[in-house]
Design a protein around this ligand. Structure first.
Ligand code: PLP
Length: 451
């Protein structure tokens, strides 16, 4: 609870912060949780209170908050060469090694990598790559981008336009030319009597109808998260990617997998597209790429797009795009270590090992009369609150119930995330079974208290 003294951390946070993505009535009432440090999956606030972070920071601190190998990799690179040269024909040795590694672990035989500082910038960059390609290949009209309702792709003007969330209208977004098609959430959007397979086919038909209506020659690309994250953890309906990819192929529209959350192990495989058995044309990566120890994003182009973009750049002798800190050597050194830690130090196996327990815990809590559905894949999951389970009627107000549950969890020393009417859990990959029990016990207690 907040300390109201004018010089308290809470008052100072309130006075000087423009809080992003924060329920302002809650933070004013309760005070910001100001953190000082973390160990394993726990973080500690200025009052010495411990919180089990079932949110992994923001889906990304998969190796915990004090992984010695990651800290050492950062320190060693700061000692060796903290500065960077990103462009003009210069780059660090770490950047070369990371690009090689990313292509090696990608589903592509060959490819090229472009670095950014965030997932939003990586999506933005991919859109610019597609626009660059259209112009270079004599199709300057190929500019429209298709994404899905409820998707999340970031906050820059372009990536926010891709994001299918209603709050974007507060910014006058989306920009023209950003089109949102149906969300593959069967439980919520399936029609009375419609099977899941029929629902998927309907979405594929609707996608094709949209492409035809907009004009196939005007569409630059289709972006999709393998599992929608900030939409409330929505795994695709049965056969979804197998149904839509042929539609996209028919019109020559690249399929870009936004793997910012799913990438590097979250769904039980290195990539979400592997979990759902499709090969995209490019991958957008961020978050887990450095296990949250450095801000970094990457566009990984598959062989065909890579060749076409490279040819387009050669034709004008430059790809005129980049960020000052693109491919920062400290970030690249950390990413190389993070990939190694996740893939070779048992973290990926731990995701697989813990998934049945995680699913069982979600399913158990979903027996509550006010939980309509549990959803999950690997170590990402959600419980959706409903006023009436039989009719799936939501509670009034977009966030009120989930916000109350999350606030109560915070009181119990558990961080989890309210998203729409859902409570989202995405534990770090280092979580133990005992910590998972603690997570579900605390969430269960919060549910009892709220309802
Ligand atoms: N894409 C997805 C799927 C995300 O979940 C996010 C962030 O949560 C982004 C893009 C944006 O990444 P960032 O917040 O690093 O800009």
């Amino acid at each position: 609870m907040r300390d109201d003294a004018p010089n308290s951390w809470e008052s100072r946070a309130d006075a000087f912060s423009l809080y992003g993505f924060t329920d302002l009535p809650s933070v004013h009432r309760r005070g910001a949780v100001v953190l000082t440090h973390g160990t394993g999956p726990y973080v500690y606030d200025v009052h010495g209170r411990a919180y089990l972070d079932a949110n992994s920071g923001l889906w990304n601190m998969v190796a915990g908050f004090d992984h010695p190998g990651l800290i050492e990799a950062a320190k060693a690179q700061y000692d060796r060469f903290p500065g960077y040269h990103a462009f003009f024909g210069r780059m660090s040795d770490q950047t070369v090694m990371l690009s090689e590694k990313l292509v090696e672990v990608s589903p592509f035989d060959r490819g090229r990598v472009f670095y950014t500082n965030s997932g939003s910038e990586a999506n933005d960059t991919m859109v610019k790559i597609l626009w660059f390609l259209g112009a270079a290949e004599g199709h300057p009209e190929r500019r429209k981008i298709i994404t899905r309702v409820n998707s999340y792709h970031g906050v820059t003007a372009v990536s926010a336009s891709m994001t299918g969330k209603p709050y974007n209208s507060l910014f006058g977004l989306p920009l023209p030319g950003f089109i949102h098609v149906g969300c593959p959430h069967y439980w919520r959007f399936g029609q009375e009597g419609e099977s899941e397979a029929a629902f998927t086919q309907r979405l594929a038909r609707e996608l094709e109808a949209t492409i035809i209506k907009e004009g196939p020659e005007t569409i630059a690309g289709f972006f999709a998260e393998p599992v929608m994250g900030a939409g409330g953890v929505i795994p695709p309906s049965e056969g979804y990617f197998q149904a839509i990819q042929p539609v996209l192929k028919r019109y020559g529209i690249p399929l870009i997998a936004d793997e910012v959350i799913c990438g590097f192990g979250r769904t039980g495989n290195t990539w979400g597209c592997q979990t759902y058995d499709f090969v995209p044309d490019a991958i957008i990566s961020s978050k887990n790429i450095t296990a949250g120890f450095f801000p970094m994003g990457a566009v990984i182009l598959g062989a065909e797009l890579s060749d076409r973009v490279q040819a387009a750049a050669e034709a004008v002798e430059e790809f005129p795009h980049g960020f000052t800190a693109s491919g920062h050597p400290v970030g690249c050194a950390i990413a190389l270590k993070a990939i190694d830690v996740v893939m070779n130090e048992g973290l990926a196996e731990n995701v697989k090992r813990l998934t049945p327990k995680f699913e069982a815990g979600l399913a158990h809590l979903a027996e509550h009369p006010n939980i309509g559905e549990w959803r999950g894949k690997g170590l990402m999951g959600a419980l959706e609150a409903v006023k009436d389970k039989a009719t799936k009627t939501p509670f009034p107000g977009d966030l009120s119930v989930s916000e109350r549950i999350a606030n109560t969890c915070t009181d119990h020393g558990l961080i989890c995330r309210p998203l729409g009417q859902s409570i989202v859990l995405c534990p770090p990959f280092i979580m133990t079974e005992a910590q998972m029990d603690e997570m579900f016990d605390k969430l269960g207690a919060a549910l009892k208290q709220v309802f």
